[in-house]
Design a binder for this molecule. Structure first.
Ligand SMILES: Nc1ncnc2c1ncn2[C@@H]1O[C@H](COP(=O)(O)OP(=O)(O)OP(=O)(O)O)[C@@H](O)[C@H]1O
Ligand SMILES: O=C(O)C1=C[C@@H](O)[C@@H](O)[C@H](O)C1
Ligand SMILES: [Mg+2]
Length: 179
């Protein structure tokens, strides 16, 4: 199914940006990028190592450079890192470069989806669920601010979500053509 423009996915860790983004790219024939994977490919190390060596500040600087570059590319689906929206320059670049989709999930679901994975340094704490709740509190307004579309991902399979998302994107494209 061919649709014009770029789709950028935002949301917390475990929202499904990478998983749904890849499926959305396959369904629309767009090229898939993931800002976290891009940073790992460019540095040659995993994200926890970047946090260890350069701190969160160093990681955010790399993230900002990658977002600035990827958001100017044509016909892509981009899964952003969970904290990309913290930087106003990133938010502006996302809004400029394409349609922004916020994948929203409850803290309980986010916790279940991330509990087994050690690759998220911000969740390597004694109480990762509380950490997710704190991040949700701070970031939910930022994801909403930047989003053209908010999708609730709770109790939905990735396949169903992708299908639903495609329908909403088609409707948006149709409404845009009629305007
Ligand atoms: N709607 C869903 N239902 C059930 N499981 C899901 C759903 N979406 C994603 N998952 C699972 O949750 C885990 C995390 O998903 P994913 O890596 O896509 O999240 P993310 O938003 O990219 O996180 P991060 O910001 O850390 O990169 C994966 O194992 C994925 O299969
Ligand atoms: O939510 C966050 O701040 C992060 C999410 C991941 O996608 C990575 O970008 C990194 O682990 C930081
Ligand atoms: Mg991801």
């Amino acid at each position: 199914m061919k649709m014009p423009g770029n789709f950028f996915l935002v949301g917390l860790m475990g929202a499904g940006k990478t998983t749904v983004g890849r499926a959305l790219a396959r369904a629309t024939g767009k090229t898939f990028y993931d800002s976290d994977h891009e940073i790992e490919a460019r540095t040659g190390v995993r994200i926890p190592t970047i946090f260890e060596l350069e701190g969160e500040t160093g990681f955010r600087a790399r993230e900002c450079a990658v977002i600035a570059e990827l958001t100017t590319m044509p016909d892509i689906v981009l899964a952003t890192g969970g904290g990309a929206v913290l930087n106003p320059d990133n938010r502006a670049a996302l809004r400029r470069g394409g349609l922004v989709i916020y994948l929203r999930a409850s803290v309980d679901d986010l916790y279940l989806r991330t509990a087994h994975d050690k690759n998220r340094p911000l969740l390597q704490t004694a109480n990762p669920k509380q950490r997710l709740a704190e991040l949700f509190e701070v970031r939910d307004p930022l994801y909403r601010e930047v989003a053209d579309l908010v999708v609730d991902t709770s109790r939905q399979t990735v396949q169903h979500l992708t299908h639903q998302l495609l329908q909403q994107l088609e409707q948006k494209a149709y409404a845009h053509r009629q305007a």
